[in-house]
Structure formats: C-alpha cells, structure tokens
Write a protein that binds this ligand. Structure first.
Ligand code: DHE
Length: 586
C-alpha cells in the first residue's frame, strides 16, 4: 500500500545518553530499558517528519558479497532492508550512510558497535531522537534483526544522474511555436488552484469560482509543490521522482507542454521573476543527486547543473549529499535563492550569465528546510528546523540579515504567513512540528526597528505536528493546521486566530467532520486562500483507497462553504492558487 510516507527516523544515533542506557553497569545491550526510560524513547511529531526517499527505495539491489565475521543477506533480504532504509532511515542518516541530521552509519562504526548493540538501538531508540522502531510496532522483530545485519554490510551507492540522463528524459511535447498566442479557454486563470493528488501521481486543476475539477494532469510521483511562471501562463510541478511538468494554462484544456527528470529524488521548483527575466528560466533542486538545475523557461531544456556537495558552514566537514530544500525567486535581483539543507548555505544564484555562473554563498544555519518572503518580498525567512532557528536573508542587499531562535521545537512555516500586528507592525509567522508554539517575528526594520527579527509574541496552538500557517492581506484570520498531531481530533481540525484579538486564543474548525468523511485518519493539511482572500481551502487527506476531500471555508463566517468531493480527488495535499503563488502572497 502506497500511502503517506513520512519517515520516522530522527536525529542522533550514537548519543552518549543512549549508549549509557543500553550498556551501563555491564548490562546486556539487549536489556530492556525501564518503563520510565521507554517513555522518553517514544517518537514525537517533530521526530516523525523526516525525508523518505521513496524513489531510491524502489531501486533493485543485490546481496552484498560475503565478508568474514559479518552476517550475510540474501538478495530478497537486501531488497527489503534497502526499502526500509530509504523509507525510514536515509532521511536522517544519509543516502550514503555518512550522516545528515543523524549520525553516520558507515561500517567502520557499525562493525565496532556490533549486532547486539545495533538491534537494541533500532528496537528501543534513544531519548536523543532515534525512534523506537521495534517497541513502537513500526518494525517487526524480524525487520529489526534484518536492519541490524544490513547496517553491518557496506551501503549500496545509488546512481548519479547528470546531463546525459537529463537530456535523455527531456520531452518537448508542444514546442513554443506550436502553442497558442492567447488564452484559448475561458477559465479565470488567476483563481485556478493546482492541487497535488499525492498518491495518484497527478495534479487536479480546480476552478476557484465553480469548484469544478477542470482537468487532471499526469505528473511525477507525489508532486511536492506547484509554482507559477512570472507571467502566470505556465504552471510547473515537481514530483518526488524529480520529474518536472510544465503545463500551459492557455491551452484548451491546459496541458503539459514539456517534461524533464532532473534527478532521482526532488522537492523544489521555481521560475525567474525579476523584471526583464520573467518566464526566462526555471530551476529545480534535488535531494539525490545533490544538485540544482537551471532550465529554459519555455522548453525545460536543462541548461546548467550545479552540485551542492561541499563543506558544512560551521565545522567545515565535507558533506557528500547536501540536499536542496526550498528555492525562491528574488524580486530584487536576477537571482534564485537556493537553500542547502546539510551545509547550512543559502546560495544566491545569479542567472544573468549561465556560462559564467555567479553564486553568492551565505553561511547561515544547518538543515535549512522551508520558508517564504515577508510582506515586502525583500526578506526571505527560512527554517533551519533541526536547530530551532529561522534564518533571514536580505535579497536586496544580498546578505544574511539575522538568525533567530524560533522559540518552539522544529519550526515548519511552509511559506509562512504575513500580517500587520496591531502593536508590532508587520510580522511573519511560523508554527512548529515539535510543540504547540506559534511564533510571530517582526519584519519591518525601517518602521519598527525595535521589533525587527525578534519573536515579538508567541501563541499557543492546538498542539505539535503543525505543518502550515496561512493568512491573506484581505483576511483578519490566521489559520494553523496540525496535520501530524497524534490525536485524530487535532489532526483533523484547524485552529483559527483573530489577528486583531490574538489574546482571545483560537477557535477550532472541525474540518474533517465538515467533510462528512467518517473513515480514515482525515489529516487536514495546508490552507490556501482564493485570489480575493475571501475563502480558504483545506485538504482532508486520507489514505489512497479511502475518501478524501477539500473543504472550502468562508473567511468571514468561519463556516464551511463547499465540500469538494470526487472519486478523482485522491490524497489531495498541497494546493496552489495561481494568483497568490505567482505573487508570493501568503
Ligand atoms: Fe514537504 C514544501 C520537503 C514531507 C507537503 N517540503 C516543502 C519544501 C521542502 C519540503 C524542501 C519547500 C519547497 C519549496 O518551497 O521550494 N517535505 C519535505 C521533506 O523532506 C519531507 C519532510 C519528507 C519527504 O520525504 O518529503 C516533506 N511535505 C511532506 C509531507 O509529508 C507532505 C505533508 C505531503 C507530501 O507531499 O508528502 C508535504 N511540502 C508539502 C507542501 C509544501 C511542502 C504542501 C508546500 C507548502 C506551501 O504552502 O508552499
């Protein structure tokens, strides 16, 4: 069953605390920790949200050669262990097992620790962040045994994917000279929504006025995000399998005009937006291989690949696989802002001359993930989530502006939310995966210098497991989802704050209940406003074979206005309104 794939591997593997717990006082490595200690080992929502390398996990592998003193694996065991590793472990410990947010698991380390130690660790986890895979029931005792043996063998290096492979995958389905010269359909394109149908490998284009599904378009697997060209004509999607689709919204009906695969695992896509460079280029970032690729904005022809392999900003250690996380397009310079997770570098990639690429590399903080602009679109705020920090980049002066403690555990803003606070002026908001904190950060150094780049206020939300916050310039509400909260009621509802009366706390909108769906987990995720800012859409995200829906909420009355249901609406997750996405309004 291919349902939601959120890996449960977390941070530190060989922590001293856990080592002490397992071997202290000569206790056997497999000795069961006390019930008190076991509680500390349980995984939190913050620890659950780690990359799952779904494409690499399906790669065919063979049993490793025999090594003296190391337990062997059959071909079938190797295949199964590799799947588990890429789904649950690689997000933290790295594709090559050389460490990322988690510690390295190379054979020099694992063989020294030995089978018993590894099996106990996988079974019980550690209070420092390693999930309790065995005792939580996520892995069977057989799987725990298998993974301990797998880790004693050499890792399998996944294939590289360079220009020859990209070029071979590139399909120009409708060349620019065969495309329409004006909009051929009568859709209100600015109020169209591109909705990820995660597990069916499609996006649905939904009319924001009539709520009708206009078109379902085949894409890569589990599209992560949709982004718009500056002109608003082309829609770009990126699948987890790194397949980029370029959809021409002027065609009747809208359809894919070009495709290219830019790697093996990917999450981000963006287009050039600076004046004079509109629609000229697209850029996509990959998790594997670790690189970004600049493409022609009309054809998707890959033009330039740049590797992100290199040195961590702080310790200067070589990192073989720094993943590309979020990418945004500067409005103040002809540059892309590329966030590299493991090295903690923010790259300002100047796209004016692709032959002599100029890249400004800003040292910031490690494990950069998602983020968005402030309301002026000058400052880009991005979560360094494993360090509980928000990094602020000034895209006008092209430098680091600030690094702020987010005041909660594991900030996860999506693109964040901007509003004018009655006391602190313009603020940008993030919620957190690890706890209920919602942090408001002052973003106007000119008019409110005393509040700029400070957490000026924190709100208490429904709980941890929050992924996305949202508001709109025409709204006075701030919406906070809690899609990954372990409590079904919290995961299927949304908290809404009145921006002009934040002290009053939040109201709960029971979106899952409003959807009328009674089966499944009903995770309610990612609010997205319509163009006018009068209604907000939430996905009710169920497993693939269960019913899902989109619930449209009236922003004034906070009542449900429409429930969009359709057999084609399979596992809807992210929704991207053309106008808001194109203008970076959130
Ligand atoms: Fe996302 C944004 C990575 C899991 C839905 N997600 C992003 C971005 C990154 C990212 C780097 C920012 C892209 C940009 O702005 O250029 N996401 C990851 C992961 O590594 C992670 C933790 C695990 C994984 O294996 O992918 C992960 N993400 C998820 C989910 O489980 C979600 C809920 C459903 C899914 O598709 O798997 C999910 N991520 C989203 C959405 C956005 C996003 C909807 C864009 C939100 C927005 O409003 O901009």
């Amino acid at each position: 069953m291919k349902t939601r794939r959120i890996s449960w591997l977390a941070t530190v593997f060989l922590s001293t605390a856990a080592l002490g717990l397992l071997v202290a006082g000569g206790a056997s490595a497999q000795q069961k920790p006390s019930p008190e200690d076991l509680k500390k080992h349980q995984t939190t929502p913050g620890g659950q949200y780690e990359p799952s390398l779904d494409v690499l996990m399906e790669k065919e592998v063979k049993a490793p050669g025999a090594v003296e003193g190391v337990p062997g694996l059959t071909d079938a065991e190797m295949q199964r262990a590799n799947e588990i590793y890429f789904q649950r472990c690689a997000g933290c410990h790295g594709v090559l097992r050389k460490g990322a947010t988690g510690k390295p698991l190379t054979t020099d380390i694992t063989r020294e620790r030995g089978y018993d130690y590894l099996a106990a660790f996988i079974n019980y986890g550690s209070p420092a962040g390693m999930p309790n895979w065995g005792t939580s029931g996520e892995l069977t005792p057989e799987d725990v045994d298998l993974m301990a043996r797998y880790l004693l063998n050499e890792p399998v290096a996944p294939p590289e994917f360079g220009m020859p492979e990209m070029k071979a995958s590139w399909k120009l389905l409708v060349p620019p000279d065969q495309r329409p010269t004006k909009q051929m359909n009568d859709l209100d394109l600015e109020n169209l929504f591109s909705v990820t149908l995660r597990d069916s490998g499609e996006v649905a284009l939904i009319d924001g006025n009539t709520y009708e599904i206009v078109q379902v378009i085949e894409t890569g697997y589990a599209v992560h995000i949709s982004r718009m060209s500056a002109s608003g004509r082309y829609l770009f999607t990126i699948g987890r399998d790194a397949l980029v689709n370029m959809i021409d919204l002027w065609m009747d009906p809208p359809q894919t005009v070009a495709q290219v695969k830019i790697g093996i695992e990917a999450r981000s896509i963006e287009t050039s937006k600076f004046k004079g460079w509109e629609d000229k280029y697209a850029i996509a970032g990959a998790y594997w291989p670790p690189h970004y690729v600049i493409m022609d904005g009309e054809t998707l022809e890959p033009l330039r690949i740049e590797s992100t392999r290199g040195y961590t900003y702080d310790t200067g250690e070589y990192h073989p696989e720094p993943r590309v996380a979020s990418i945004v397009s500067s409005h103040f310079a002809p540059e892309f802002v590329v966030n590299v997770k493991e090295t903690g570098l923010v790259l300002l990639v100047d796209y004016t001359d692709l032959d002599s690429l100029k890249v400004t590399s800003i040292q910031s903080e490690r494990f950069l993930h998602d983020g968005g602009f402030d309301a002026s679109k000058r400052y880009f705020l991005v979560a360094a989530n494993a360090r509980d920090k928000i990094v602020v980049i000034d895209t006008k002066d092209r430098e680091l502006e600030a690094i702020i403690e987010s005041q909660g555990i594991k900030p996860h803003p999506g693109r964040g939310a901007n509003f004018v606070h009655p006391k602190y002026g313009p603020v940008w908001v993030t919620s957190h995966l690890g706890d209920e904190t919602i942090s408001l950060i002052g973003t106007d150094p000119e008019n409110y210098p005393q509040y700029a780049w400070k957490v000026v206020e924190t709100l208490e939300g429904q709980g941890g497991g929050s992924l996305f916050v949202k508001t709109h310039p025409n709204s006075t509400n701030l919406y906070v989802d809690t899609a990954l909260n372990p409590e079904p009621e919290i995961a299927s509802s949304v908290a809404v704050f009145d921006i002009n009366n934040l002290e009053a706390g939040y109201k709960v909108l029971p979106i899952g209940e409003w959807s009328g769906i009674t089966e499944g987990q009903r995770r309610v995720v990612q609010g997205e406003f319509n163009k006018q800012g009068t209604e907000i859409w939430f996905s009710v995200w169920n497993a693939k074979e269960q019913e899902s829906a989109i619930v449209v909420v009236d922003d004034k009355t906070l009542k449900p206005k429409k429930v969009i249901k359709d057999p084609k609406l399979i596992t809807p997750t992210g929704k991207f309104n053309v106008f808001n996405t194109r203008r970076d309004i959130y």
